[in-house]
Design a protein around this ligand. Structure first.
Ligand code: SF4
Length: 378
């Protein structure tokens, strides 16, 4: 297959690994802030092929996982109201709220539908003007433009029975929060290529300067990730801290101007709570005043919700890279993809789900001896 298999080539992977092994003379810790990259790293065993003193920490890069419990509970409250059609991507249906999930609402008779595009939800609204159709708009900068477009389109078509429950988040403020956290061990970032393909890289140089960290824009295939790690290690070893684009086939410095214009027109930046982390200033989007009438939180008045986090789930620590999923006592025992206790085990981008799917059942992989043969990439 063109443009995919080229990035799984074992020979090229071996050469990149040899370069990384030859360059890395000291322990370095870097974080990826993207669930897709986390899954690729674990699936291909990339972390196990790196020198033992290079540690990859999985950051809060799964959009489903960082959606705060309060927002999940608001979704459950809205979805259970009569006359509502609640539309969402499939991942969100099994994310546990305080005492139930969207599947539970659906099995109790709620009209909860899985859609593959936010525009599907808009179509449902157009076909059923007698119903209130709500789309659960969750995600990073990647999904935000398409979600913003539905609101724009709803206004253009005069569709009044459509609204969005929004929990969009932005990556750069999260990087800042991670670097300011008291026990932060992160020395460099692999920036998420898909986020940068929308937003560009303009926000990153200031972060790299302020915290003295290399930030390397990285893709998702095994060779992309190895190249991102290789460039990061080179910068760390030479004492540099620049923004580099290791994903030029998808990312331009200015990002996608049309998508950014849509975001600027429909959304405005706001403080946003991240599950397991807390409120991060300016880390999210909400509908701008001009489009506020499409905000489901206002339309359904779902304030005053009391949440109760699981006493067992340690996903907050997983999301901050403080523990690995298999260091949680519930991992693979009381918490499995079939019976998840936290969002990080539900989402296809969650770190706990990745560790379970690819059988990382043992203890931490930190500080292990270097594995020098490239045997499983590809
Ligand atoms: S394994 Fe389950 S309980 Fe533990 S942190 Fe992950 S989602 Fe939470």
């Amino acid at each position: 297959m063109k443009y995919i298999e080229e990035f799984n080539d074992p020979e090229l992977a071996k050469r990149l690994l040899e370069d990384i092994h030859a360059t890395a003379t000291r322990p370095w810790t870097m974080m990826e802030v993207c669930g897709g990259q986390t899954h690729s790293i674990i699936r291909h065993g990339i972390d196990q092929l790196l020198p033992g003193h290079i540690e990859l920490i999985h950051g809060p890069g799964c959009p489903v996982c960082v959606t705060p419990l309060e927002m999940i509970d608001k979704a459950l409250e809205i979805a259970s109201r009569p006359g509502v059609v609640f539309c969402s991507f499939g991942d969100m249906l099994r994310v546990p709220g305080t005492d139930r999930d969207l599947f539970r609402i659906k099995s109790a008779g709620g009209d909860v539908r899985v859609v593959y595009s936010p525009l599907d939800a808009l179509e449902i609204a157009q076909r059923h003007p007698d119903r209130e159709v709500v789309f659960f708009g969750v995600g990073f900068e990647t999904t935000a433009p398409a979600n913003a477009m539905t609101v724009h389109e709803a206004r253009r078509r005069g569709i009044r029975n459509y609204s969005m429950l929004i929990s969009h988040v932005r990556v750069p403020p999260a990087i800042e929060a991670i670097m300011r956290a008291p026990h932060c061990r992160v020395q460099a970032f692999l920036a998420a290529g898909h986020v940068c393909s929308v937003m560009g890289t303009a926000e990153y140089p200031a972060l790299a300067d302020r915290f003295g960290v290399p930030i390397v824009v990285t893709g998702f295939e095994p060779l992309d990730i190895l190249e991102g790690v290789r460039r990061t290690v080179r910068q760390l070893e030479s004492g540099e801290h620049r923004v580099e684009n290791a994903y030029p086939r998808a990312v331009r410095e200015e990002g996608n101007p049309a998508a950014r214009r849509m975001l600027e027109e429909v959304f405005e930046v706001t403080d946003r709570a991240w599950r397991g982390i807390g409120v991060i200033p300016a880390s999210g989007w909400r509908l701008s005043k001009a489009f506020r009438e499409y905000d489901a939180e206002h339309r359904f008045e779902v304030g005053g919700i009391t949440t109760r986090e699981s006493g067992v789930c340690r996903s907050g620590e997983v999301l901050q890279g403080l523990i690995r999923p298999n260091e949680c006592e519930a991992f693979g025992t009381t918490c499995t993809p079939r019976n998840p206790l936290g969002a990080t085990m539900v989402s296809s981008e969650g770190a706990c789900a990745a560790y379970h799917l690819y059988r990382r059942l043992g203890g931490p992989a930190r500080g292990t001896e270097p594995v020098r043969e490239a045997t499983s990439v590809g």
